[in-house]
Design a protein around this ligand. Structure first.
Ligand code: GCO
Length: 435
């Protein structure tokens, strides 16, 4: 598939809590997800056993021929109580991982925070932003000489919505719109971490935002208002402060603290912008009674309703497969932010299918979305990389092990890894793109 320069970054993504296991090994402290039982009755204490199998997993990455590997650092491996004392054995693991990647010519792209908040801290507290910046400085000091590209936070929107507004994720709070200060503290933590990483010499700092093109369900003014509100909350509430230094109209008043001073920190420049895309969202005015979507029970009084999108294939997670939605999203972000949008990297794109090895549907999903990236690039969007979610089948938060996103199948009884057909397809795709 043409359209990609040899410098384009091909990679895969994972996260610590979802793959590492070893929840209390070598001094790791508890996160808000420890002890959290998913809907399938499982937890992440073992996950895929990556902590002990990281060399095998790096060999799988090398077999793919990826340029880069996005993973996350477990904050409580580094600081077991989220602040203060540093756990050298925790840092030693990431040292080993980064060196193993380097030995295979693979660029490490660590995410500082991928949802596993130390159980001693809360994003409801403003101080957590400062604790996060201190943690950022610690890992930059240890790994910065071998890590050229950093990500501060993964999906502050999902942490706010799922973890604090509707309670689907840990810490399981149902604050609804009272969760807005959590969004502000996460964004403030991002800005402070950018400054900490910059002070340590980092010059390729990014963030990984979940974005979705919002389509309006229905043609009433109420439907349009609901869709605009959802677009504002899920997309602009997080992108605008980081990229423009301002909140969308009507949101600043809901934020705590010296908002204007904080926005100057939040807008500390990033060098690149990560986008996690899965599918568009179809949103309309709420109808009375319990709202739910994709198996998530939404509070009955939300001012919008999420609808399934008919007419498209759906994944095992019941998410619609709409590759052109990624092109649409990229073009819309470029149009909204213009030259304030740094170079983009697709930091997550993938699908859940149960196919154990012959996962033709995942191949079709990835092929379609990579073509959508090429289409956006042909329309002038500056995209520099694409990372598949995910290398391995892994523990999918509230869903546990029910959803399989991996290019590599994991037998959760034996932890045996088996590359799927999509692994070979992605390997061959990368080779062809670089030829
Ligand atoms: C996310 C998270 C990942 C998920 C993946 C599938 O984007 O929600 O970054 O941890 O596992 O997206 O839901």
């Amino acid at each position: 598939m043409s359209g990609f320069s040899p410098e384009f970054l091909w990679g895969v993504s994972t996260s610590a809590l979802q793959i590492e296991g070893a929840f209390d090994t070598d001094g790791r402290g508890p996160s808000v997800w420890d002890g959290h039982t998913a809907k399938d009755g499982t937890d992440a204490r073992v996950a895929t056993g990556h902590y002990d199998r990281y060399r095998e997993d790096v060999a799988l990455l090398a077999g793919l021929g990826v340029d880069a590997y996005r993973f996350s650092l477990s904050w409580t491996r580094v600081q077991p109580s989220g602040t203060g004392a540093v756990n050298q054995r925790g840092l030693d693991f990431y040292d080993r991982l980064v060196d193993e990647l380097a030995a295979h010519g693979i660029t490490p792209v660590p995410t500082l925070f991928h949802w596993d908040t130390p159980s001693t801290l809360s994003w409801q507290d403003r101080d957590t932003a400062d604790r996060f910046a201190e943690y950022a400085a610690i890992v930059a000091d240890r790994l910065g000489d071998r890590v050229p590209r950093w990500i501060t936070i993964n999906e502050p929107a999902e942490v706010t919505l799922l973890g604090h507004a509707i309670g689907e994720h840990a810490p399981g709070l149902k604050l609804v719109f009272d969760a807005l200060p959590v969004a502000h503290h996460l964004l403030l933590g991002h800005g402070k971490a950018v400054r900490a990483l910059r002070a340590a010499g980092a010059d390729q700092i990014g963030v990984a935002m979940s974005h979705t093109p919002v389509w309006t369900a229905g043609d009433t003014d109420e439907d349009r208002f609901a869709a605009d509100l959802y677009d504002g909350i899920m997309n602009h509430l997080f992108a605008d402060p980081v990229l423009t230094g301002r909140y969308p109209e009507g949101f600043a008043e809901a934020m705590p603290g010296p908002v204007d001073d904080d926005l100057a920190v939040i807008a500390s420049p990033v060098d690149w912008y990560g986008i996690n895309y899965y599918n568009p969202s179809l949103v309309g005015a709420p109808k009375p009674g319990e709202a739910s979507y994709a198996g998530i029970d939404l509070p009955p009084d939300l001012p919008f309703e999420l609808h399934d999108i008919p007419g498209y294939p759906h994944t095992a997670f019941d998410w619609p497969v709409v590759p052109d939605g990624l092109r649409e999203l990229l073009v819309s972000l470029r149009d909204r932010y213009g030259d304030r949008l740094p170079p983009v990297v697709i930091t997550e794109n993938g699908c859940s299918y149960d196919d154990p090895v012959d996962d033709t549907r995942r191949i079709e999903y990835l092929d379609g979305h990579i073509r959508a990236v090429a289409a956006a690039m042909s329309e002038g969007v500056d995209v520099r990389g694409y990372f598949v979610w995910s290398l391995l089948d892994n523990w999918e938060w509230a869903e546990g092990f029910r959803q399989r996103f991996g290019l590599v199948h994991v037998d959760y009884d034996t932890l045996k890894r088996t590359p799927k057909a999509s692994y070979a397809w992605y390997r061959d795709h990368i080779r062809a793109a670089k030829a």
